[in-house]
Structure formats: structure tokens, C-alpha cells
Design a protein. Structure first.
Length: 158
């Protein structure tokens, strides 16, 4: 019985502390790129809207336009070869042309090359921890990489 009273008292004391917790003063953003910071979209021409909540197919998740695909598929040549990476498909609900890789330490533009077929795509490179990389659905499609494989890409930074 004494333990029961003790737990009730501790529970009530905890409830009183809730009123003293700081309240969030800034609204939560619905923008999926907001977590990456203000420089997340380094090339606004290649930004795409998020997929609809009911998206289920590859075409529904890839919200890039034909013009954006053409622009991304014709990146400028050059740039420094940062290395090669084994990549997997990234979050399909995150739109646009991007790659998360541990080959960069800050958000920058760059390109990926699929050595298996020579296809190239302009992407936003964002830092990632751990080995390997994650590549956007739109970029994987332009690189003609199988979405369920772990292809190797060359990564170039601008």
C-alpha cells in the first residue's frame, strides 16, 4: 500500500513539471528538405514537389518534369572526381535529384556517373554518415540503375 501511494505522489509531481517545459515557438515545416538546412536546393530548376500521399508506383513517386529530367541528364562535364560509391535507393518520398554520400562534408552540387552505361546526372550532394550512398529515385531512373540493386557510381563535385 505504501508503494502505491508513493507512485501516485511521484506521478502527480511529474505532471506539475510538464507545465514548466519550454513550448515550441517555431512552426514545424512540412517541407521535406527543411531538415537539410537553407541551402538544401542548390539548383532550384531541379527541385520537384513532394509526391502525393497516396503515391504507390515509381511514376507517382518521381514528380520531376520532363524538362527537369533533360536538364539533370545533361550536367556540365568536369568537376573533381571525389571517388566511387556503392549506392542504394534513397527515400522515394524525397523529391528531386540528390545523393547522400560520405564523400562530401557539406551540401554542394555535383554529378553521378554510372560506369556500367556511361549515363550521368546532375545531383545535389549531401553529407551522409557511414559507408555507401543513397540516391534519389529520379536520379536512379536517369542513370538507368536497377532500383533494387546496389550499383557503383562515380561521384564528381563541382
Amino acid at each position: 500500500m505504501r508503494h502505491g501511494i508513493l507512485f501516485v505522489c511521484l506521478g502527480l509531481a511529474g505532471c506539475c513539471l510538464v507545465d514548466r517545459l519550454p513550448m515550441q515557438t517555431e512552426p514545424i515545416s512540412n517541407d521535406p528538405l527543411s531538415a537539410l538546412g537553407p541551402s538544401a536546393v542548390t539548383n532550384p530548376e531541379l527541385a520537384a514537389p513532394p509526391p502525393p500521399p497516396a503515391a504507390r508506383t515509381v511514376e507517382q513517386f518521381d514528380t520531376t518534369t520532363e524538362a527537369q529530367r533533360v536538364a539533370a541528364a545533361t550536367p556540365s562535364e568536369g568537376g573533381a572526381l571525389l571517388g566511387t560509391t556503392v549506392a542504394s535507393l534513397g527515400d522515394p518520398s524525397r523529391p528531386g535529384f540528390w545523393a547522400e554520400t560520405d564523400l562530401v562534408t557539406a551540401v554542394t552540387t555535383g554529378r553521378l556517373v554510372n560506369p556500367a552505361n556511361g549515363k550521368s546526372v546532375e545531383v545535389e550532394l549531401t553529407p551522409a554518415e557511414g559507408g555507401g550512398s543513397r540516391v534519389s529515385l529520379a536520379a536512379m531512373r536517369l542513370l538507368e540503375a536497377p532500383l533494387t540493386d546496389l550499383p557503383t557510381f562515380e561521384v564528381y563535385g563541382n
